[in-house]
Ligand binder design. Sequence first.
Ligand code: PAF
Length: 276
Amino acid sequence: MLIIKDISNLQSYLSAYQNRKYSIGYVPTMGALHKGHGELIKQSKKGNHKTIVSIFVNEKQFSSKEDFETYPRNKGFDYDFCIDNEVDILFEPSSEEIFKNDQTLLNNKNFKDILCDKFRRGHFDGVITVLDKFFSIIKSNKVYFGEKDYQQLKIIEKFIEEKYKSLDLVSVPTQRHEEGIAYSSRNEKLSKKQTQDFVDFHKKVKNFIGSLEGSLDIETANEKANDFMKSQDIDKLDYFEFRNDTDLSFVGTLSQARLFYAIYKGKVRLIDNLKV
Ligand code: PAF
């Protein structure tokens, strides 16, 4: 596996691939890799000649310096993980190089003021800004994202439609621990007790969803969701609501919906979404 840290070196390698008409699959990450990333890599390897993974903790998508500084970083492990998963190129540029020519923050206009955008203002501006840089440097044929960050996935889908028409976005279902909770880099920050609480919460949520009829309209289901949350012992709630899984609106029945939630265990913010 090649570990490349600067853009010009990377582009030399990529042009050799492109000259050979290799198809390139790209998996963008912020490191602290886990099974969810492993699945993205696996799908990329299946669908392309070469797979490139980037590790870049993007300061522009964090709302506080503390959150950025305490985001899990696990370099040695990440290198082993990429080698074990047979990644071809690991791209790990510096923040200076990525943002040196242009610091402009792009302005996301899609799926605004709902779900995470409502509680993490500017977060998705930071996400599309950094992806814009990476997409234009790497020029891959395909790019891979997980369904766990579903709103992010929808926003990127639109962004690619608008600006990178020849890039194929491949979405990959959420990978889960045996106990049901999704793999997430932020889980590393949970204590044993918090993890267990979160597992219990997830089980209750699954049972709650199972108790609802698919023909129920989304608005009524959300009244029940409010009642359900009143009896839950969580540290802080951002949102817990059903939305149509195509346009993230409140229109339709439960069978067309996902349940989206963002909760806190201690200071750790956990998000997930479950297809009904
Ligand atoms: O999902 C993530 O890890 C990040 O938001 C992404 C897409 C790598 C952009 O920094």
